[in-house]
Design a protein around this ligand. Structure first.
Ligand SMILES: [Zn+2]
Length: 296
């Protein structure tokens, strides 16, 4: 059985300046009602950090999301001046604040995603200390450099690392895990025995079929938008030997902002089609529980 987890990183669009929350106001109420009508649960990664405090701006949306889905925590490791800072203490402070804020409101927070898909050994340590169960920041094979202003300088494969940037390096390129795994305390790209289950964003099995040798180096995050526009990706995954798997889709309010009604129609159609194919739409927490059962 294929389980699909739709995940949405609920955040403003920084580059829109004073209009940064327009995309949230326009898209989120419609997405909530579409998922309610389709009777599926999704995972909403709620941002709460120095860069964005969606939690305080839109408490009403967050209550509604919680009633019909899972709330996860999403943090960008940026300081007040919008500069990346990935020191352990700073990660602990930001994730700690966000988690406390959400849990104090009575939400059961167990899943985490790093801003820009950043994740390292210190992030793992913090998640363990805060009793998380799931991380979904890793895209196996992915590599990116983000400048300190958040602009992506380089993406995916990077054979010639250039660390002389004033920003962060997101490095999952030595990771070839195709399905969920417990993170290693020594190396977050490897399997190990920490308490945190990584449920990666991955379409690696498809690339394995299509371009063979590159699969170890290159993986694509399945974005919700590309999935609803191209059914064949998930169809192939379901038909092939990888049928017993989990697919994590990712999107953001800004991705729905233009042509919203057309995209909602397509999304509705996407959900209907895959329900017919006996695919289950699940939250990350539900995948976590399913994974525990399969291991026995
Ligand atoms: Zn984000």
């Amino acid at each position: 059985m294929v389980k699909i987890a739709i995940t949405i990183d609920v955040e403003g669009y920084q580059r829109a300046g004073k209009d940064k929350y327009k995309c949230v106001e326009k898209t989120i109420p419609k997405l909530i009602s579409l998922f309610n009508q389709s009777n599926i649960k999704i995972t909403w990664f709620i941002v709460h950090d120095r860069w964005d405090t969606i939690t305080k701006k839109f408490p009403f949306f967050i209550d509604k999301m919680d009633k019909n889905g899972e709330l996860g925590c999403h943090v960008h490791f940026m300081d007040k001046k919008n500069k990346y800072n990935i020191a352990y203490d700073f990660q602990k402070e930001l994730i700690g604040d966000a988690t406390k804020f959400l849990r104090n409101k009575g939400f059961d927070i167990a899943s985490f995603r790093g801003g820009a898909y950043f994740f390292n050994q210190d992030t793992l340590k913090v998640l363990e200390e805060l009793n998380y169960l799931v991380d979904s920041s890793v895209i196996p094979g992915y590599y990116a450099l983000h400048a300190s202003n958040g602009i992506i300088k380089r993406k995916f494969v990077n054979f010639f690392p250039n660390k002389n940037i004033n920003g962060i390096e997101i490095n999952h390129k030595n990771n070839s895990n195709l399905s969920p795994y417990y993170l290693s305390k020594q190396n977050y790209n490897k399997k190990g025995n920490s308490k945190i289950l990584e449920i990666p964003l991955v379409v690696n099995p498809i690339l394995n079929i299509d371009i063979g040798c590159f699969s170890r180096f290159l993986s694509l995050p399945i974005s919700l938008i590309s999935a609803i526009n191209d059914f064949s990706i998930i169809d192939r995954l379901i038909k092939r030997k990888y049928s017993d798997s989990y697919i994590v889709l990712n999107s953001h309010p800004i991705n729905f902002y233009n042509n919203l009604d057309i995209k909602l129609k397509k999304l509705n159609n996407f959900i209907k089609e895959y329900k017919k194919r006996k695919v289950e739409f699940s939250t990350l927490r539900e995948i976590y529980d399913d994974y525990q059962k399969r291991k026995i």
